[in-house]
Design a protein around this ligand. Structure first.
Ligand SMILES: [Zn+2]
Length: 480
């Protein structure tokens, strides 16, 4: 294990040494399901999907927990604005997030806990904080006493005297210190509530994640992830309350950079056109995934249609080689099996031993995807040279290597979910039908009936099939 990861808590890149050898526990702050996701939300999913894949390829047994915050001020506001129950708003948007993760090829988490299903765990944690002098009930709420925890501010690198007040409750005169944050929010008329020993109310956001992370991953676990905008106050508060309660909590903190639009963090109003549901009708999902995953996970992405188009073109260059090499080898497309031999534990992921050393070194260096993709592009160039020279064995070898690398990044065009395999054999039927049409076109040309030949080509085009004549005969692909 030579993986090194940037840890926000220490501000250094350090060796990743799992708590239990051979295993890795990862908690990722998932969606607050107040609205459907735009690409800014889903970038986090793609970044951490690459981490999960890389941990697995590195031989670790991964437990991946990604939560859903299904109760929150914004969900309640949306529900009241549209006259729907809060739980219907949460359910609808959770489905939109699941759809977005799936369509972009993110492996599902091992567990996806919802906040409202973990109130007993939250009550137990509040009890421990009050008993140990770190929490207090006041004015119907329960607060964390920031002054009781001397490491407060360490994660985000702030001095306590410079910190802003927590603004998680309106009119909070009951607080002892403006920086104290709510563990539990007292009931307000009209809002949903759960009963606790300190009165009815609903969970504070930070408390949820501490309760759910430790329930599924244990009091001490390996990696806690999230977007850079969550470092303060969310993660600062999570680590404060968990450590104050006596848990070791996360050993590494990883944060992905944000997607910006016109120099601003994407907000709901700016981001409407960039909803994942809308974007995947404009661009192939695999190309959107390539775009979101190609930058280093810690750098910001400044969204532009031009940059997205460039990324799509770069992906098509890689895909074009893989498909041509596969066709030349006569293996056809859509085999649905990841390259690189048997894969790790039936996951469809390649074995680390099938990957070029430079690619492995890049990902081991804090998931340096840009450097890893440079290796992919180099091998594609070599493979194209081999194909042009008629060196099938060389092309096969390069194609297998490219597919193995793409598998790590979730981008192998011939593997699930991008390949059309698993469609009940329909791709074979389509292949055979197109072949019939192309044979008829060849026959028409042979008898110099060019009108008939062109008509067949035009009909195929109308059906979404592009025909290209090559020295080896006509080849076809779906129009994009
Ligand atoms: Zn969280």
């Amino acid at each position: 294990m030579t993986l090194r990861l940037h840890d926000t808590a220490t501000r250094t890149v350090r060796d990743f040494l799992p708590l239990t050898p051979g295993k890795a526990g990862l908690y990722l702050c998932g969606a607050t399901v107040q609205a459907p996701p735009h690409i800014g939300h889903i970038r986090s999913g793609v970044s951490f999907d690459i981490l999960v894949r890389w941990l697995k390829v590195s031989g670790l047994e991964v437990t991946f927990c990604r939560n859903v915050t299904d109760i929150d001020d914004k969900i309640l506001r949306t529900a009241s604005a549209e006259g729907s129950p809060w739980w219907a708003v949460a359910e609808r948007n959770q489905r939109a997030f699941t759809r977005a993760y799936d369509v972009l090829g993110c492996l599902p988490p091992d567990v996806e806990p919802r906040a409202t299903g973990h109130v007993p765990e939250m009550i137990a944690l509040i009890r421990r904080l009050i008993d140990s002098g770190h929490g207090y009930a006041a004015g119907g709420n329960v607060y964390f006493d920031v002054s009781s925890y001397d490491r407060y501010g360490a994660l985000s690198g702030q001095r306590p005297e410079h910190m802003r007040a927590a603004d998680d409750i309106e009119g909070e005169s009951a607080k002892r210190d403006p920086r104290d944050f709510a563990l539990w929010k007292g009931h307000k008329p009209g809002d949903p509530y759960w009963d606790t020993p300190w009165g009815p109310g609903r969970p504070g956001w930070h408390l949820e994640c501490s309760a759910m992370a430790t329930k599924y991953l244990g009091p001490t676990f390996d990696i806690h992830g999230g977007g850079l905008d969550l470092v303060f106050p969310h993660h600062e508060n999570e680590v404060a309350q968990s450590r104050a309660a006596g848990d070791g909590f996360a050993r590494y903190w990883l944060h992905n950079g944000l997607v910006n639009l016109g120099g601003e963090k994407m907000s709901k109003s700016l981001g409407n056109s960039l909803l994942v549901d809308a974007m995947v009708t404009e661009v192939r999902p695999v190309e959107l995934r390539y775009y979101l995953g190609q930058a280093h996970y810690r750098s910001g992405i400044e969204y532009s249609p031009e940059a997205l188009a460039e990324a799509a073109a770069a992906y098509r260059r890689i895909e074009g080689f893989v498909v041509r090499a596969s066709e030349a080898a006569g293996t056809g497309t859509g085999t649905g099996r990841a390259a690189g031999t048997g894969g790790t534990g039936g996951t469809g992921l390649p074995l680390a031993s099938s990957l070029p050393a430079a690619f492995v070194a890049a990902l081991d260096d804090d998931l340096a995807v840009p450097q890893a993709l440079a290796v992919v592009h180099e091998v594609v160039t070599e493979g194209n040279t081999a194909l042009a020279a008629g060196d099938q064995a060389g092309a096969d070898k390069q194609a297998e290597s490219v597919r193995a690398m793409l598998g790590v990044l979730g981008l192998d065009p011939l593997a699930a979910p991008w390949a059309t395999a698993g469609d009940s054999g329909l791709s074979e039927v389509v292949e055979a039908l197109v072949r019939v049409a192309l044979d008829q076109r060849q026959a028409a040309r042979a008898r110099k009936d060019y009108r008939a030949a062109d008509a067949i080509r035009d009909q195929l085009h109308a059906a979404g099939i592009v025909v290209e004549d090559t020295p080896a005969g006509p080849r076809w692909e779906l129009a994009r």
